[in-house]
Design a binder for this molecule. Structure first.
Ligand code: BG6
Length: 532
């Protein structure tokens, strides 16, 4: 989350930056005065994978258009199996063209700019190599001998079983040494899943940190790459209105939803091992929880922000079995059941839905339930945070026809619509005192140009700059896993998995979870979406 203080000229115009294929260094103004990242080589392990095609390359393309990549920057794609640079370039060009043609994609680029793609393509080099073979790293070492500025970012866009061996090989080959022998910075970007529970996360951290320093490790949670997530801190801390009420005295509950209409999309094998809870809760949803609950930091400095977030993860009351509801979609209006999906067992007990009640034991939040829910094949695609305020005293309305007041709710909409909504009450027009529950909405698109953004631009750019604000520290990863340990490894019988029809709002048991504290979920339906 680089701030304009990184920019050489913080007064630069905030208008859309334009591609300059000449010397970027001589034309440093990118978006909002951003300047090109330092020269480096980006080594992508998993060059042929989906992540590289769907997210990393589109993000690098967008950074190229914005003039944010250094003119000397190089990209080496490592993959097992034979291959050639020209074939890799063609494959990526086809993928980007297809992505651009897809109106529903977040690329927001209807046609690939040939000049921009050409500039990116000429940086690309393919290198065949097994991830666990010494030869691969010897070969890489040669190629990196003249990396610009001695700087390298190693991006592990690979399945998690390769995290340990790749870092180990990099370390043993001396490729993670910074400072001497002409080496500048050496950074390692690691994708999720970072472990599958507390023990495996500790083990992975310990292993990695025996070859690299913590400052060299950039653990990605792609939710933090979303502008709307980064904006949570801005909404909270740049407006005098919200912070005074952002505490247990005024807030009744907070609901964090990440619901999806898609199923497991051919990822049955992965999902059977993982389930909705591990896939989303202690990582993506906890990150949103951290942003919404953290104390104000003194600056946007990476450690200042990460320390405050770490305090929240540390204060989460460990979840118990009765704080959690698991569900699995069966046949319903949105299609077949989970057990009919490819690579899924016909008697699978894997949850495709998880809801949790979380308490944060600190002075600001004690007693306020944070309800988290996520699931596949639900009624609507929605990632949002709703902050529900406590009821006001009713005395004033006792002698009027008003029988109930709806609570004020501030909703931060992250995906697929971007903005905020505020639910409040007004007097309905007419001679008698009747209440009208209304909503005031702000949509990003009404105020700003929709920026091409697949969510990885800021993360890649920040990593090249050395800004770790949006990346996760080892301690936070471990405290997050620690908070859910009893759910992942229950002492008694496994947690029940309740059925819900594909296309519904989830299992009824999740409603009962909230009813215990007198709360109800925010409606999850296409009708409710249409009102936004
Ligand atoms: C991924 C999960 O990390 O996040 C997926 O593995 C999930 O199962 C995805 O669909 C959701 O991300 P987004 O950005 O599409 O909301």
């Amino acid at each position: 989350m680089s701030t304009p203080s990184n920019a050489p000229d913080s007064t630069s115009s905030a208008t859309s930056p334009k591609l300059d294929l000449g010397s970027h260094a001589s034309n440093p103004a990118g978006p909002a005065g951003k300047h090109p990242a330092p020269p480096c080589t980006l080594v992508i392990f998993g060059a042929g994978g989906d992540l590289t095609k769907r997210l990393l390359m589109p993000a690098l393309y967008n950074l190229t258009v914005d003039g944010l990549l250094d003119a000397q920057m190089k990209i080496i794609g490592v993959n097992h199996g034979e291959g050639e640079t020209s074939a890799w370039r063609d494959e990526l060009s086809a993928a980007l063209q297809q992505f651009a043609a897809d109106k529903a994609s977040t690329f927001h680029t209807s046609k690939l700019d040939e000049k921009a793609w050409g500039s990116l393509a000429q940086r690309l080099e393919y290198m065949a190599g097994e991830f666990e073979s010494d030869d691969t790293y010897a070969n890489l070492k040669q190629k990196l001998a003249n990396t610009p500025g001695g700087n390298v970012v190693f991006y592990l866009a690979v399945t998690s079983r390769f995290f340990k061996p790749i870092v180990e090989h990099l370390g043993k080959a001396g490729l993670l040494k910074e400072g001497d022998d002409g080496a500048g910075f050496r950074r390692v970007v690691i994708e999720k899943p970072f472990g599958t529970d507390l023990a495996s996360a500790r083990d992975l951290n310990a292993h990695i940190l025996s070859y690299a320093k913590e400052e060299q490790i950039y653990r990605i949670d792609h939710f933090l790459g979303k502008d709307t997530v980064q904006s949570i801190l801005a909404v909270r801390f740049a407006n005098a209105l919200f912070e005074p009420v952002w505490r247990r005295e005024y807030i009744d509950c907070v609901q964090i939803t990440a619901s999806e209409t898609i199923g497991v999309e051919g990822r049955g094998k992965f999902y059977e091992q993982t389930g909705a809870f591990r896939d989303m809760l202690p990582n993506h949803l906890f990150q949103l929880l951290g942003m919404v609950a953290m104390e104000p930091p003194n600056s946007f400095d990476a450690e200042a922000v990460r320390d405050k977030k770490a305090d929240i993860f540390d204060a989460i009351q460990p979840l118990k079995a009765d704080d959690v509801v698991f569900g699995q979609y069966g046949k319903g209006p949105a299609g077949q059941g989970y057990r009919e999906e490819p690579d899924v067992a016909s008697d699978s007990q894997t949850e495709t839905y998880a809801a949790a009640r979380v308490f944060i034991e600190n002075w600001r939040w004690a007693g306020v339930p944070f309800y988290l829910r996520t699931g596949k094949r639900l009624a609507a695609r929605r990632t949002e945070i709703s902050v529900q305020l406590k009821a006001v005293p009713f005395r004033l309305f006792r002698d009027t026809p008003v029988d109930a007041l709806t609570p004020n709710v501030l909703t931060l909409r992250i995906d697929p619509t971007h903005g905020t909504s505020f639910d409040f009450n007004v007097k309905a027009p007419g001679p008698v005192m009747q209440m009208g529950a209304v909503q005031s909405s702000f949509n990003y698109g009404d105020f700003f140009d929709e920026q091409p953004n697949v969510g990885y631009e800021t993360l890649l750019y920040d990593c090249m700059l050395g800004d770790e604000t949006l990346f996760q520290r080892a301690d936070s990863i471990e405290t997050s896993w620690a908070a859910v340990e009893d759910v992942l490894h229950p002492k008694g019988s496994p947690l029940p998995v309740h059925g819900y029809p594909a296309g519904s709002a989830g299992p009824a048991e999740a409603d009962a979870l909230l009813a215990q504290n007198g709360h109800t979920w925010r409606p999850l339906s296409k009708d409710a979406d249409a009102k936004k």
